[in-house]
Design a protein around this ligand. Structure first.
Ligand code: TGC
Ligand code: FAD
Length: 389
């Protein structure tokens, strides 16, 4: 098969700086040399290759746009390119980096005390510590405002009670950022592994994101000191703003998964012969390839523009929602079309498309479902929020 070169039909690559191209190529090499050789076995076993966390840290891929505390302070466009290359490997790899960087390190940098930043950011950036983000609950997914987990004052500290569900990195996390209802609204608490009353349990039987650690968190009178509350995070707005960061990375990541499917389908179609000719010579196969290329190219336009806007400090929620919604659905369509081009071979793990296809089912649901992002954009253009019917 031809070496992977991504997709660049419209010359977006020419707009990248030398630094952006160089970091993108470094991540691409890391994925090809360190991740792709082990993904099949981890996917089959339902495990995440945690041993790569420190290598991700050494490359500066964990919390890359944070400034200081051991983080490189890269541009938003570069963060996007990193997510694109990681998700070309597997959505589970990008998820690991998204949660660590956007959902744990970003809130620490935005809302944390100086002590919290010094204690956690260098460890998380290096991949020596792993974090998770607990917002979703068994009864509250799309509507986190209904959360039942509580934090009550207990002398100088807090007591947490409740359950969090579907939490990426939960079982391997050294620290969980847990969102809980307090008498003042919603607050974020750092709960360290080993805290009495804090337990995690793996969610088994997943057909999607198998190479990712997903778990439940139980908080049974887990006591944390006031020093573990994020002082700058107040109200539901605080966790929702973190989501905006992660959703931005997912919009880029989806391009990577889609490009890998397109590359695999094109190479296969050129080699596979039926009726005495390559299947790529048939109009119906070409139509699928052109549709994939066309949709990937449009998705690239969205994220390149979004990245440049974000680099200028412009980052409106509905624009991020539109890009996450469009690009993930687009990638899922590409994965399905690529699976068809591969025929029976498309259902085996010899090729990555089946893995991307099933992974993207989760990506379409997490970080705001496709429908929730439809409603966020719908509310923006009509001025009429329709979340509650
Ligand atoms: P609503 O009244 O609209 O908002 C409350 C306050 O928050 C503000 N806000 C945001 N701020 C920043 N970024 C965003 N994305 C924001 N969305 C809302 C809003 O302006 C308001 O501020 P203020 O000052 O007026 O108080 O809240 P609502 O309860 O009506 O909910 C709105 C809705 C449905 C859009 C929101 O709840 C939502 O986004 N639901 C989806 C939940 C979700 O995405 N969960 C993801 C969990 S984490 C995860 O999935 C990780 S997957 C692993 C991986 O990333 O790889
Ligand atoms: P529900 O909210 O019950 O929705 C079910 C269906 O109803 C969906 O189709 C939805 O779009 C639709 N629906 C709901 N409300 C409306 C409405 N108002 N209008 C129209 N349709 C609606 N969460 C975390 O906090 N941290 C994590 O690290 C994390 N990682 C995850 C990893 C994986 C692999 C998965 C699958 C999920 C993860 N999540 C995480 C949870 C994820 O964010 C939720 O699954 C998601 O927000 C949807 O919630 P739900 O699954 O409870 O679905």
């Amino acid at each position: 098969m031809q070496p992977y070169r991504g997709v660049d039909f419209y010359g977006f690559e020419a707009q990248l700086s030398d630094e952006e191209r160089s970091v993108r190529d470094t991540v691409r090499s890391f994925v090809e040399q360190r991740f792709l050789p082990v993904i099949r076995e981890h996917h089959a076993a339902g495990t995440f290759p945690s041993e790569l966390a420190r290598e991700l840290g050494e490359l500066g891929l964990l919390g890359p746009s944070i400034h200081g505390y051991g983080c490189p302070g890269l541009s938003s466009t570069l963060y996007g390119l990193i997510c694109q290359e990681l998700e070309r490997g597997d959505s589970g790899l990008r998820s690991f980096a998204s949660v660590q960087g956007s959902l744990v390190m970003w809130p620490l940098s935005a809302y944390g005390s100086e002590d919290q930043k010094r204690r956690w950011l260098p460890e998380l950036a290096a991949g020596r510590a792993i974090g998770c983000f607990g917002l979703t609950e068994p009864g509250h997914g799309s509507d986190p405002g209904g959360m039942e987990t509580t934090a009550s004052r207990d002398g100088a500290g807090w007591v947490l009670r409740g359950n969090k569900m579907w939490i990426t990195n939960a079982n391997q996390a050294h620290v969980a950022l847990v969102w809980a209802r307090t008498p003042d609204g919603v607050d974020g608490f750092l709960v360290e592994r080993g805290t009495p009353g804090f337990t995690t349990q793996a969610i088994k039987g997943k057909f999607s994101l198998r190479a990712s650690d997903t778990g439940e968190i139980a908080l049974d009178e887990a006591r944390v000191p006031e020093a573990n509350r994020l002082p700058g995070a107040r109200g539901l707005k605080a966790p929702l703003a973190c989501l905006n960061e992660a959703r931005y990375g997912i919009a880029w990541g989806a391009i990577g998964a889609a490009a890998d499917c397109y590359h695999t389908a094109l190479a296969y179609a050129l080699e596979r012969r039926q009726f005495d000719r390559p299947i790529a010579s048939f109009q119906l196969v070409q139509a699928k390839l052109v549709e994939m290329l066309s949709e990937i190219t449009k998705g690239q336009g969205l994220v390149h523009q979004l990245g440049r806007l974000k680099d200028r400090g412009i980052n409106p929620v509905p624009l991020v929602s539109l890009a996450k919604r469009n690009n993930v659905a687009m990638a899922l369509d590409c994965a399905r079309a690529a699976r068809e081009v591969l025929g029976a071979a498309g259902i085996t793990d010899e090729y990555p498309v089946g893995r991307h296809l099933t992974n993207l089912e989760s990506v379409k649901t997490y970080e705001g479902t496709h429908e929730i992002h439809t409603l966020i954009v719908g509310a923006e253009i009509t001025g009429l929020p329709a979340f509650r019917g």
